[in-house]
Design a protein. Structure first.
Length: 241
């Protein structure tokens, strides 16, 4: 087999099983292929609902346990929309809240200070578009890092906005972020209400999701343990801790 044919064969390998029945997060599947694919396929019914909701609605809230693919699916759809020319830029925002420990002063410009907090988003973007292209898009402004504290007063038109780790936002912050939505834009808010690093009762994600659930044009997708696509032990551990 020639190099070109081998490369084409590798590209067509499916990272996700074709049917939901093939996937069980509590049982290890050695045949499951984790290589990159161009088109992301859902591994569960809730993941399918999330992808369909992003196509149908301008505002989507995806909440649920860690490892259910919320952030990755949001980033994949953002890159897909930009490559198709449906939006002009991707805007990423994530609370700069430490997970239970203070890391102190971070040197450098704003982007460098935020880099440790945005690492999961960078990883997903790099996986979908490659490190070289990601660096170029960041330099050109096609992908923008927008600290939550600097979002007030903005109107985000022609953009795909991803608000990650929203459980670390207060109700007031989330209200401000949601009202940044402009014309021809999509906003996806992801988070796990059970893993907030804020003081008890300060997270506004659960309340916001409950209120927006009543709006027909806003999709609230609730992931469950069965949607976890990380190591099988993640699903097992979340059932006991």
């Amino acid at each position: 087999m020639g190099k070109r044919a081998a490369r084409r064969l590798t590209t067509n390998v499916h990272a996700f099983p074709e049917t939901e029945a093939d996937w069980d997060p509590l049982h290890y599947q050695p045949h499951r292929e984790q290589s990159y694919i161009r088109t992301v396929k859902p591994q569960s019914d809730n993941q399918r609902r999330m992808l369909e909701a992003i196509d149908a609605c301008n505002v989507v809230l995806a909440i649920g346990p860690a490892g259910t693919g919320k952030t990755y699916l949001a980033i994949a759809k953002a890159v897909e929309a930009m490559e198709a020319g449906r939006i002009g830029r991707i805007v990423l925002s994530r609370p700069a809240v430490e997970a239970g420990e203070a890391i102190g002063f971070l040197p450098g410009a704003m982007e460098e200070k935020l880099a440790p907090y945005l690492r999961p988003l960078y990883d997903a973007l790099s996986d979908r578009m490659g490190a070289k292209r990601l660096k170029k898009c960041l330099a050109e402004g096609a992908i923008e890092i927008a600290p939550i504290g600097f979002m007030r007063g903005r109107t985000l038109n022609n953009a795909f906005v991803v608000i990650d780790e929203a459980q670390n936002c207060t109700y007031t912050q989330l209200k401000m972020l949601l009202t940044r939505l402009g014309w021809h834009s999509t906003m996806v808010v992801t988070g796990d209400p059970d893993q907030s690093d804020l003081l008890s009762g300060m997270s506004g994600l659960g309340d916001i999701a409950h209120r927006l659930d009543a709006l027909p044009d806003v999709a609230v997708i609730r992931m469950e343990e069965r949607d976890i696509v990380r190591h099988p032990l993640v699903a097992a551990m979340l059932t006991v801790i």
